[in-house]
Design a binder for this molecule. Structure first.
Ligand code: FMN
Length: 390
């Protein structure tokens, strides 16, 4: 059984292949939870397409016999210029996914961002990521909940925190509505029928127990409605004033995740933040919004001398990480790409996803004529190339 799995993972050539393997192993409601986006999923597709539409022009006759993919972020050197984005409730997609990914990121020396809404506590994830962990904060409608998370993150040893700004309202995800998805989880007859068709997922889930938002577990026991759960997790009242309070409170590096406008990025710099994540939540929030690749150059142009610029949303290939870098990003995060890996084959599948992204990255660097990330720049953007005189 395990052998068969390893053999089929080895045949996966790209992240899309892992996605397809995950789709076959996971009940529809759980697959849709990760795979889906807001409304028509236009923004979800636009993210992926916008990266893939960007042409980089190779330069040849550069000695690329030795290639170095390392990248530095907040003084720490990682093996690759990408890390795992925060994903809430990922254990519903594959049981035990959070810890598998945190441990793997440590082993592969890439960053792991623990979500406030993870299905494993931030303390357990800090231990598993062992120095490679960062913490993502959702600002709650209840200040004492937010303060509780911040002080726990501090005590757990996180040095970098990213506060997510792009959830003033919950995303409207049509697939989740059709699937009647609820937090805490509900086992409706439809859900039970879907689970019965995916026995390995069902048995593994039984062993791990029902996933929940672990950091809030005690609070949610008393919640009586979905609206109450939402209010505990996020607040539409999150404002620049709230950010100022968080900046004053958090002594470590602070990033704002979910920036799409250059003026918001400038304001983050003025407020003393250390970085931003140019992100649209992987197309899960605003279906009418722009792709991150479209807004990244304008944002990086405005703040790259003041802030660390990270980007996510739509990265599915190693070459996308190079595209992001050419557009001005210092670092990239990937969400679904690694989640699909876990869904396809647990820890071995996530390992395959990282290996594929790294393989593609190394090949693309060589093809581009760059020995390392510092060798990739805006001069590789085909659109920016000088035109010959007519
Ligand atoms: C299922 C799912 C759950 C997510 N949960 C969170 C979360 O808890 N906090 C957060 O800041 N972003 C969350 N995100 C957004 C990711 O951090 C990241 O921005 C996004 O996945 C990047 O797009 P990609 O999946 O195309 O790589 C989530 C994304 C997905 C797919």
């Amino acid at each position: 059984m395990v052998d068969l799995m390893v053999r089929s993972l080895a045949r996966a050539a790209c992240i899309d292949d892992l996605r397809e393997m995950a789709r076959r192993r996971i009940p529809r409601f759980a697959f849709d939870l990760v795979d889906g986006g807001a409304e028509n999923e236009r923004n979800l597709r636009r993210n992926v397409e916008a990266f893939q539409e960007i042409a980089l022009t190779p330069r040849y006759m550069v000695d690329v016999s030795s290639i170095d993919t390392q990248a530095t972020l907040f003084g720490k050197t990682y093996a690759a210029p990408f890390g795992m984005a925060p994903i809430g409730m990922l254990n519903a997609f594959w049981p035990g996914a959070d810890l598998m990914l945190a441990r793997l990121c440590k082993r592969e020396n890439i960053p792991y961002v623990a979500s406030s809404a993870a299905s494993t506590t931030l303390e357990e994830l800090a231990e598993a990521a062992d120095g490679n962990g960062m913490f993502q904060l959702y600002v709650s409608g209840d200040d004492s909940v937010t303060e509780g998370l911040i002080s726990r993150a501090e005590a757990a040893g996180y040095e970098v925190m990213m506060v997510t700004a792009d959830v003033p309202a919950a995303g409207k995800r049509d697939r989740d509505i059709r699937n009647q998805l609820a937090v805490p989880f509900r086992f409706t007859p439809e859900v039970i029928a879907q689970c019965a068709m995916k026995p390995l997922w069902a048995l593994t889930s039984l062993r791990h127990g029902t996933p929940n938002v672990a950091n809030y577990a005690n609070l949610l026991q008393s919640a009586t409605s979905y609206a109450e759960v939402q209010k505990t997790l996020i607040t539409p009242g999150f404002s620049w004033d709230s950010l100022a309070k968080i900046r004053a409170r958090w002594r470590g590096k602070l990033l704002v995740k979910g920036i799409l406008h250059p003026q918001d990025a400038v304001k983050c710099a003025e407020m003393g933040c250390d970085g931003i994540v140019v992100s649209n939540h992987g197309g899960r929030q605003v279906d009418f919004g722009p792709a991150t690749a479209e807004v990244l150059p304008g944002i990086a142009g405005a703040v790259s001398d003041k802030l660390t610029v990270i980007v996510d949303s739509g990265i599915r290939r190693g070459a996308d990480v190079l595209r992001a870098h050419a557009l001005g990003a210092d670092f990239a995060l990937v969400g679904r790409a690694l989640a699909f890996g876990v869904g396809a084959g647990g820890a071995a599948g996530a390992d395959r996803a990282i290996a594929l992204l790294k393989l593609e990255l190394v090949r693309a660097l060589g093809q581009l004529g760059a020995r390392d990330m510092a060798g990739v720049g805006s001069d590789h953007l085909t659109a920016a190339m000088p035109r010959p005189p007519l």
